[in-house]
Design a protein around this ligand. Structure first.
Ligand code: SAH
Length: 243
């Protein structure tokens, strides 16, 4: 019996930023799998089974979803933002690698990732070349993060930082800011966007010289501009051409 495993992105928060194809997949799901708060808030059929799990058990969750789908169910795994950006889609394929599931049809439905939602809110800071870096060292060593920070700054990308700071690792973001200040100088624009799209949204645009580690937490997306990123009125943008 064919089962279905759909990995869907819920966008940054507002209902209007969930794509119609994700809404449709949720309405048809027999099972919703994901991090507790997301699973609780999605709109699904009344008889859909909601499987909520902790944020840090991604591989377990992916294997569980695959096993459910293999029994012929229509499973939707939900992620915030886009499921392919530091989220569940890669975990599902990793699970598939170790446990082939020939009778499961897999689909990945994109969502608006936090970095793009934040960029749109403040103008066009990603108007030229940019990169995204996850600052959490849960799944990679910290020295690798430092190296990528340095090289990205040197290559003059605008940069988006996910998972900038948590209670478990409060000091690393201070180190990241030091590296960026040394590479980009104190005048470089930096944006702290907390819970973009939510009722408590808070966005601060400042510069590296003024930025402090306490401006970020786990619900904040940080953007650092390139050397050409600049203000126009209340907006921040990066011109499409570079010298
Ligand atoms: N798949 C998600 C990212 C998951 S990693 C996406 O594509 O957006 C979790 C990190 O995403 C958080 O630590 C934060 O840096 C960022 N994030 C997710 N939603 C956000 C929001 N609404 N506002 C600000 N940052 C957000």
């Amino acid at each position: 019996m064919t089962g279905y495993l759909t990995v869907a992105g819920l966008g940054p928060g507002p209902k209007a930023q969930i794509t119609p194809e994700v809404t449709e997949a949720l309405a048809r799901a027999t099972d919703i799998v994901g991090y507790g708060p997301y699973v609780a808030r999605v709109q699904a059929a009344p008889d859909a089974v909601r499987h909520a799990s902790d944020n840090r058990v991604e591989m377990e969750r992916a294997r569980h979803a695959l096993a459910l789908a293999a029994t012929g169910r229509r499973v939707v795994v939900v992620s915030s933002g886009d499921p392919g950006v530091f989220a569940m889609a890669a975990a599902v394929f990793e699970a598939l690698e170790s446990t082939p599931a020939p009778d499961v049809e897999i689909a990945v439905l994109p969502g608006i990732t936090a970095m793009l939602a934040v960029a749109a809110r403040i103008g066009a800071p990603l108007g030229h070349d940019f990169c995204a870096i996850n600052l959490s060292d849960n799944l990679k060593p910290w020295p690798l993060i430092e190296r990528r920070l340095r090289l990205a700054a040197e290559a003059d990308f605008a940069m988006g930082f996910y998972n900038p700071r948590s209670r478990a690792r409060p000091h690393q973001f201070a180190r990241a800011l030091d590296i960026l200040r040394a590479a980009c100088g104190p005048a470089r624009p930096i944006v702290f966007a907390r819970v973009v799209g939510g009722p408590d949204e808070a966005i601060t645009i400042t510069d590296l010289g003024t930025a402090t580690p306490g401006m970020a937490d786990m619900r904040t997306l940080v953007i650092v501009g390139s050397s050409t990123t600049r203000r126009v009125g209340r907006w921040l943008y990066t011109p499409r051409s570079a010298e």
